[in-house]
Design a protein around this ligand. Structure first.
Ligand code: HEC
Ligand code: HEC
Length: 177
């Protein structure tokens, strides 16, 4: 069923497929807690450097349970500040110097998927042990944008908890003179 998630939904580079799949798995088992857990996953993804040190280490030690690795090198890390496949991949290409259709980029997304799955399983375990406390918080900057542009704001012409800055910077900043 989740084939469609590949490449940010059939190659459209929208929501990262790793997050899409993990969110579905959460909804399958977590009942009414799904929203807190998916929210936590989204916020963590925006700000986490991928691939993690752990998955880089697994790759070097060939500890992943796959027949063939696309690369067993330590891969550079980047923080996407976005849950979009496009931003995530391209920030990583900028940081690493690899092309978006290189085998290293493909391997990077594989490791990232492992990182997302591990985070999700750990979070679900904590949830079922009644030991999960959400830590995700919308940054003050984004909160300030939302105070005018989101629900109940003076303009109320957008919605969403995503980080606005990668696309808009702050359009209200006075231009430098
Ligand atoms: C104090 C209220 C307020 C805050 C805070 C605020 N905005 Fe706005 N924003 C406005 C108003 C008013 C307009 C003009 C709306 C119009 O003319 O339709 C606007 C317009 C915009 C536009 C379109 C204008 C353009 O041409 O560039 C964008 C994009 C935007 N805001 C993004 C943001 C972002 C991102 C933030 C947070 C960094 C933010 N806003 C914070 C009130 C606010
Ligand atoms: C992935 C990129 C992206 C992100 C992240 C993003 N936006 Fe936008 N936003 C756009 C695009 C594209 C448009 C349409 C631009 C246009 O009309 O010129 C837009 C339009 C807007 C407009 C209307 C601009 C206008 O012309 O009146 C506002 C206001 C706005 N965004 C606010 C926000 C706020 C607030 C956030 C964060 C909560 C945010 N955006 C996050 C891409 C983004």
């Amino acid at each position: 069923m989740f084939k469609y998630g590949e490449g940010g939904v059939a190659g459209w580079s929208t929501l990262c497929g790793a997050v899409n799949g993990a969110a579905a798995a959460i909804c399958l088992v977590a009942g009414d807690a799904w929203e807190d857990l998916v929210n936590e996953l989204m916020a963590w993804y925006e700000n986490n450097p991928f691939p993690s040190d752990t998955s880089n280490q697994y790759a070097r030690e060939k500890a992943f349970l796959v027949k063939e690795m696309k690369s067993d090198k330590t891969l550079p890390q980047s923080v996407a500040k976005s849950t979009l496949c496009h931003v995530s991949v391209t920030e990583w290409c900028k940081k690493s110097g690899y092309k978006s259709f290189s085998k290293e980029r493909s391997e990077r997304c594989g490791r990232l998927t492992g990182d997302v799955a591990a985070f999700t399983v750990d979070m679900l375990n904590r949830h079922f042990d009644k030991a999960f406390t959400p830590v995700a918080k919308i940054s003050n900057e984004v909160q300030s944008c939302r105070s005018c542009h989101d629900k109940g704001g003076t303009i109320e012409n957008t919605r969403g908890k995503m980080n606005c800055m990668p696309c808009h910077d702050d359009p209200h900043k006075k231009p430098k003179s």
